[in-house]
Design a protein around this ligand. Structure first.
Ligand code: NAD
Length: 720
């Protein structure tokens, strides 16, 4: 035994040719995966020192004792590390470089056996060795830019020297997880073998290097010297990439371009200088609010996933499902279920509706075939997972039903009581209603404990969120089965309690309320759209209303106004109502706040429509000038306050779930972290002051809650 730590063991062993080598195994105690926490990195430093102190070693093999290799640095430490400031982070990374360089400089050949997932810091560890053998099921990559940072432990220096600048830019700027065949193709690894052959292949490489068949010194020289690129190649690799990547990432996500700049700056330098450049840039980026929020997002996502996994473990099996209604949502739900492998009956009352639902599913599968994600045989097989029907004949075997018929309480009541009589006692019934109370729909059911909401978002195949709505009588078993089914469909379920609008629409409609006020006070709705898009929303409020449909918006607004009359009921007409009254329903009839034309691909393209402006005049009461900052405040404050109320009312359990629901459900700008993170970033006291000022002018929609005021006084935050 050369070294024994909590995560790392180093033993001596012989290769088949009798070379005496060290085997360094990562196997973090009491954890299911290997992570590079500060403690593990410190251990790695000690382990390397112990290896250096040994005599007569002829090689090093780095391996993992778990299913994964190393999933990366320990992200739960990031916020507290980032808090220590730029100088600390730069110094920290230089120290890690020292450890990693020591592995690279060992006086004998080195190899990594990559048995499973190797990401971020885990991938940077394997880049230190001279050779790499990869299991055929393993994946490697540097996803740091997705967290708003860049690979800071040598990834920006070593990867381009190993696989070329253009490939490295693709991997690093894209943050991709790369399969073994792709890794072999670009030369990131030297061989791909099955998991069983991995160790043998790695030992063979060490023997061949010791026998002089493989030149490990040449490998090393390549990694430690400047990149070999002439000025034209440099220009092609870096300048073109920067333009392309900047366009793709957008102005709010600087990390991918910063990573390219680091690769470029370090390209002409030897290892030490290039690493110093990387360390400096990492520290700077890590202190940005974008990195803070994206790391927060990752952690929130873990909270949401853990909660879902807990439910999943208690869930009864969901092997056969059914959807009632083959419309926009029903068709989407059937496709998604079939595509992910859960057979589903699709029932409607009309033949042509079923035909339409099937046509939509076929179209979506065909796109997958076009993109080479499916073969035509796989498409045919998956399509058989959808069984269209006009009767309840086979409903006796169904484990879970999603009701997705028209949004009419009487129709839903009738359909739900009818289907309850056709299924078994244990079947879970769910409704995809967007506005009708789950408690109200449960009233006429014989087994209300088996019933809950399962609220998908449109388009179902694209939107990641499913709100699972627990009614007063809903059992844990019903929630668990619904969560498990949502996960099986590849969605992110978040469990919320029942109230008008549930969580997401309850928060979205006050945002539309803010929009209505702005228009009434003279703001140009197209300008509001532009400001909010620049702020980071995928589309501005007027455009979003057109996509949602003005009829749907007016209806949902009525429900919200009835549920929360103090702040959501309005005297007089809003711009939204005016559009609806004039049969401008949005994209569905090609006119709303904008008019819609077909673009070359047949997709709706929005254009300015003077008729919409003429109509809006009816509600404009003033002609105020608004700065961009004013517009953002007037739009964001009501949305954030409603999120606070949902948390205070227990509609959603944690800030993490609230923020993730908004990001996954309505496209809240991810780099801002969510509504509650947004308040934290502004400072609760500052936010309360802003809201109070607006409440004086605009009323209760903008009034902070007593508890929030209290938080401001106590200097508290939503996230500690
Ligand atoms: P839709 O009008 O496109 O489809 C409704 C379908 O239900 C039609 O095909 C109709 O024939 C069928 N239907 C009516 N009565 C039926 C019955 N008794 N049995 C079986 N089928 C019946 O509506 P949609 O947009 O798909 O909405 C469906 C539900 O999903 C609504 O509750 C809606 O509020 C909700 N929802 C819609 C969206 C959206 O953006 N469209 C988003 C989330 C939730």
């Amino acid at each position: 035994m050369i070294y024994q730590g909590n995560a790392i063991t180093v033993t001596r062993r012989d290769t088949p040719n009798g070379n005496d080598i060290a085997m360094l195994t990562f196997d973090l105690k009491d954890e299911s995966v290997n992570k590079l926490s500060s403690a593990v990195v410190a251990e790695l430093g000690e382990a390397v020192k112990a290896i250096q102190a040994e005599n007569s070693l002829k090689g090093l093999l780095i391996a993992s004792g778990k299913d994964v290799f190393i999933v990366g640095a320990d992200i739960t430490e990031f916020h507290s590390l980032f808090d220590k400031g730029e100088a600390y982070l730069e110094e920290m990374n230089l120290k890690v470089h020292g450890i990693f360089n020591a592995i690279e400089d060992l006086p004998f050949p080195t190899v990594t056996a990559i048995n499973g997932l190797a990401l971020g810091g885990g991938c940077e560890v394997l880049l230190t060795t001279d050779f790499r053998v990869m299991g055929d099921k393993a994946k490697i990559g540097l996803p740091e830019t997705k967290l708003g940072i860049l690979p800071g432990w040598g990834g920006c220096v070593r990867l381009p020297r190993i696989i070329g600048a253009d490939n490295a830019i693709e991997w690093i700027a894209g943050g991709t997880e790369n399969r073994a065949d792709a890794a072999l193709k670009v030369g990131a690894v030297d061989a791909v073998v099955t998991a069983e052959q991995l160790e043998e292949a790695a030992l063979d490489i060490l023997d061949r290097a010791n026998a002089g068949e493989l030149d490990y010194q040449a490998r090393r020289a390549e990694k430690t010297s400047p990149l070999k690129l002439n000025p034209i190649e440099q220009m092609m690799a870096f300048e073109t990439a920067k333009g392309y990547v900047a366009g793709k990432a957008g102005p709010h996500y600087p990390a991918p371009v910063e990573a390219i700049k680091v690769i470029q700056k370090g390209a002409g330098e030897e290892r030490g200088r290039a690493q110093a450049i990387e360390a400096k840039a990492f520290a700077k980026l890590a202190l940005s609010s974008v990195a803070f929020n994206l790391v927060g997002l990752f952690l929130n996502d873990q909270v949401v996933k853990k909660k879902a996994s807990k439910y999943e473990k208690q869930a009864q099996p969901v092997k056969q499902t059914a959807v009632l209604g083959a419309g926009i949502m029903g068709g989407g739900i059937a496709y998604q279920s079939a595509s992910k492998g859960t057979p589903i009956l699709m029932k409607d009352i009309k033949d042509d509706a079923i035909e339409l639902g099937l046509k939509e599913a076929r179209k979506l599968f065909a796109k997958q075939v076009e993109r080479k994600k499916l073969t035509t045989e796989q498409m045919a097989e998956k399509l058989t997972n959808i069984r269209p029907t006009l009767s309840y004949g086979d409903f006796g075997n169904v484990d879970l039903v999603v009701e997705a018929v028209v949004e009419n309480p009487k129709v839903k009541d009738a359909v739900l009581t009818e289907v309850e009589g056709m299924v078994s006692e244990n079947t879970i019934l769910t409704s995809n209603t967007s506005t009708i109370s789950i408690n109200r729909l449960a009233q006429n059911l014989k087994r209300p404990e088996n019933f809950c909401g399962m609220h998908f978002f449109n388009p179902v195949h694209r939107m990641p969120l499913v709100e699972v709505i627990r009614g007063e009588k809903t059992s844990d078993a019903a929630v668990a089965a619904t969560v498990a089914y949502a996960r099986a469909m590849g969605k992110t379920p978040i469990v919320v309690n029942d109230c008008p609008g549930f969580l997401v629409n309850r928060v979205l409609f006050p945002y539309f309320g803010g929009f209505s006020f702005l228009v009434e006070q003279g703001a140009d709705f197209q300008h509001v759209d532009k400001v909010m898009e620049k702020f980071g929303w995928p589309m501005g409020p007027a455009y979003l209303l057109d996509v949602v449909g003005l009829d749907t918006a007016v209806h949902a607004n009525e429900v919200m106004a009835e549920g929360f009359p103090d702040r959501m009921a309005r005297d007089g007409k809003t711009a939204i109502q005016v559009m609806y009254d004039n049969d401008r329903l949005g994209q569905k009839n090609d006119k709303g706040f904008y008019a819609y034309e077909e673009d070359k691909k047949g997709k709706p393209k929005k254009v300015t429509d003077e008729a919409a402006y003429a109509l809006v005049k009816e509600v404009v009461k003033e002609h105020k000038e608004f700065s961009d900052e004013d517009i953002i405040a007037r739009m964001m404050v009501p949305l954030c306050l409603e999120t606070v109320r949902c948390l205070e009312d227990g509609i959603v359990a944690t800030p993490a779930e609230a923020d993730m629901a908004l990001i996954y459900g309505i496209g809240f700008p991810p780099f801002r972290g969510g509504a509650l993170r947004y308040i934290d970033a502004m400072g609760v006291a500052e936010f309360v002051k802003l809201a109070e000022g607006l409440a004086e002018e605009l009323g209760p929609l903008y009034a902070p809650t007593d508890k929030l005021r209290q938080m401001a006084q106590n200097n508290e935050q939503f996230y500690s």
